[in-house]
Design a protein around this ligand. Structure first.
Ligand SMILES: Nc1ncnc2c1ncn2[C@@H]1O[C@H](COP(=O)(O)OP(=O)(O)OP(=O)(O)O)[C@@H](O)[C@H]1O
Ligand SMILES: [Mg+2]
Length: 213
């Protein structure tokens, strides 16, 4: 079973959005997927609840990891883990215990970029990351491509050692998908085409040896 976590100490950067969309992409591809929500807010579990209204879409197992043990069903191919905001220090180490692959969403904002720098410093000090037992990558989220602040974010991320995979556009499609318990890839293809292509580098990286210890 592969383990993929979405984490950033900063709140609201897109952890749940990436977790739910990665989960649906894998499930739509035929994989058996579990989604573990570590956040007491339970946003991923709420999303799974909304998903129950639909038939004919792949099932994703929900696990409330804020309460205790994470035991995905037998035969699970992917465990996607949605971390809460505010994870620091020793808590990062304990969260990373089972994580092979970590994706960090970052927003184009000065506050988020500074917070990202500090969070990466903390992560790079974690034993699992320094021993390369957890592999990291960054995704810029809610990008407005022609803005100065997005260019500043790209430049900032381009100078880091951690790979910067892609940017996801600021788009109502994420809101539409989130409220229905669907993934972007489960909405009308003509509506989401511009957003979907931007995910290719994420899935290429997840399929490559670079994302595994
Ligand atoms: N690319 C995007 N375009 C538009 N809205 C987005 C995008 N990504 C995320 N959002 C919206 O931004 C809000 C915060 O995103 P999300 O809940 O995924 O962040 P989070 O990091 O999980 O937050 P928290 O730290 O509270 O858990 C949500 O309302 C979500 O629908
Ligand atoms: Mg969240």
């Amino acid at each position: 079973m592969r383990t993929i976590m979405l984490m950033n100490a900063k709140g609201g950067c897109g952890k749940t959005t990436l977790a739910t969309n990665i989960a649906t992409w894998l499930a739509d591809d035929g994989a058996k997927v579990a989604l573990a929500d570590f956040d007491p807010q339970g946003s991923s579990l709420d999303w799974l609840e909304a998903r129950k209204d639909y038939t004919g879409i792949p099932e994703i197992e929900g696990i409330d990891a804020s309460k205790g043990q994470i035991k995905p069903a037998k035969g699970t191919d992917f465990l996607i883990m949605d971390a809460p905001a505010g994870t620091h220090g020793a808590e990062i180490n304990s969260m990373l215990r089972r994580v092979e692959t970590l994706i960090i969403p970052v927003l184009p904002s000065p506050i988020d970029m500074r917070a990202c720098k500090r969070f990466l410093e903390e992560l790079l000090h974690s034993g699992k990351v320094s021993r390369q037992q957890t592999r990291l990558a960054i995704v810029a989220n809610r990008a407005k491509e022609n803005t100065l602040i997005y260019r500043q974010l790209e430049e900032f991320l381009g100078h880091l050692e951690t790979p910067f995979l892609t940017h996801l556009r600021e788009s109502q499609n994420y809101i539409r998908a989130a409220e229905r318990g669907l993934g972007l890839f489960e909405l009308a293809p003509s509506m989401v085409a511009q957003d979907v292509v931007l995910w290719d580098p994420i899935f290429d990286w997840l399929n490559s040896a670079d994302s595994r210890p």
